[in-house]
Design a protein around this ligand. Structure first.
Ligand code: NZQ
Ligand code: ZN
Length: 379
């Protein structure tokens, strides 16, 4: 087990139907002037906009809105939000949405209190912000686990880089599975696959000797696989929906990462694919994972074999990766870029590969040439 410090500062409210009571309770103690942040349009269609507004008014809050946060939120959108927060002297940010809304708000919160550009501050100066506008999250689409941590994935359109930045931990997160019932099934499935990917990326980080984090991780993976199958067959399956929502949280609340070094290599490649194509995150991961694992498993064969046996109930590493690919197909996720409607020319593949940030942690740190090779196999 590697050395670690662990602290979990977020109040979690979880459960079917918990949304109203939990938000009402949290609003009692948060700031007076609230930025109500949401995505593009679902909040109107689902009626959640009115429900949130009525709770904000009941709590006597002064409300400023920040809507239109897009999937794969952009750096420009972050700057727009930070401008509003400063101009309007916002005390508290309430993010209501999926990972994109939560991520965008985290960096809005950091940028609003920083007198220099957050992108340069974190990436050029390699500093982490420490002053934030407090925020809370109401999750409407689960999978990323963004509401559980202080990282946020932002796309810088001009630089063509999609990468994580550090923001605040939310003060609270409300996870009510009922709020996710209006999410299109394609997104439900891709969100659940994203959670599975988070588990796998952590599991295959160092050290390789199976520790307690890995054993919890194996259970969470099995749970995701079982409930992903259930919800793909029956979207009305409330039990599976709830389990997947907590799985998503478990994958990103740092419990599985205790004592592990994680590089999130597949994510890094997928993020750059996203920077160039604005593709769906979970779908991009589904296409990349099996090919990436066929490429790297010889460098950690023992660990991949254990994973195959304990998570997939098959004998060897190759069969485990096949089982992963079969699940992807079975639940209707894409297995090629073509199925995602993406066609990349050689120049773009090269640009994606060269701009992918590869960190240490996994059994095989990929080179740009290897990333190109992986993309060629994903076409
Ligand atoms: O924008 P609206 O109209 O609200 O529609 C959204 C969006 O189109 C819709 N949606 C959300 N809640 C809904 C709903 N539709 C109907 N009913 C509801 N209740 O779902 C679509 C996708 O939403 P989005 O937030 O983009 O999805 P997701 O939660 O998968 O977030 C993806 C983003 O999170 C990043 C990804 O890279 C991507 O940018 N990630 C963040 C992580 C983190 N901070 O820890 C980790 C992840 O690995 C991931 O990279
Ligand atoms: Zn992810």
């Amino acid at each position: 087990m590697n050395k670690f410090d662990y602290q979990f500062p977020i109040r979690i409210h979880f459960g079917q139907g918990c949304f109203e009571d939990s938000l009402r309770k949290e609003l009692r103690s948060c700031g007076q002037k609230v930025l109500f942040a949401y995505g593009k349009s679902s909040i109107w269609r689902t009626g959640l906009y009115d429900r949130v507004m009525s709770l904000l008014h009941e709590a006597g809050k002064e409300v400023v809105e920040f809507g239109g946060i897009m999937p794969n939120p952009t750096y420009a959108k972050v700057q727009e939000g930070a401008h509003i927060v400063r101009e309007q002297k916002i005390d508290f940010i309430l993010a209501v949405g999926g990972g994109s809304v939560s991520d965008c708000c985290k960096i809005v919160s950091a940028q609003a209190r920083l007198n220099e550009d957050i992108w340069d501050y974190e990436n050029q100066k390699c500093l982490k912000p420490t002053d934030f506008v407090p925020m809370g999250v109401v999750v409407t689409a689960s999978g990323t686990g963004s509401e559980e941590n202080n990282s946020a994935v932002i796309t810088h359109e001009e630089l063509r880089i999609k990468q994580d930045l550090w923001g605040p931990y939310p003060e609270f997160s409300i996870l009510d599975p009922d709020l996710t019932k209006t999410v299109p099934m394609k997104q439900v499935i891709s969100g659940a696959f994203d959670s599975l990917s988070h588990c796998m990326e952590t599991y295959f980080g160092r050290p390789y000797e199976t520790n307690v984090s890995d054993e919890i991780n194996e259970s969470v993976q099995r749970n995701i696989i079982r409930n992903l199958r259930r919800i793909a067959k029956n979207p009305e399956d409330d039990f599976a929906r709830s389990e997947l929502m907590w799985d998503s949280a478990m994958a990103e609340n740092n419990i599985l990462k205790i004592g592990k070094q994680t590089d999130f290599q597949c994510h890094m490649i997928e993020h750059q694919l996203g920077a160039y194509t604005d593709c769906n995150h979970g779908q991009g991961l589904a296409v990349l994972h099996p090919t990436l694992y066929r490429h790297i498993y010889p460098f950690a064969k023992e660990k991949f074999t254990r994973w195959a046996q304990v998570v997939w109930f098959v004998q060897n590493a190759e069969d485990g990766i096949d089982a992963l690919e079969n699940l992807i197909r079975e639940v209707g996720l894409p297995t090629s870029l073509f199925e995602m409607g993406i066609s990349l020319d050689e120049e773009t593949v090269q640009a994606i590969a060269e701009s992918t940030i590869i960190r240490p942690g996994c059994c095989k740190q990929l080179t740009a040439e290897e990333i190109v090779e992986i993309f060629r196999k994903c076409i």
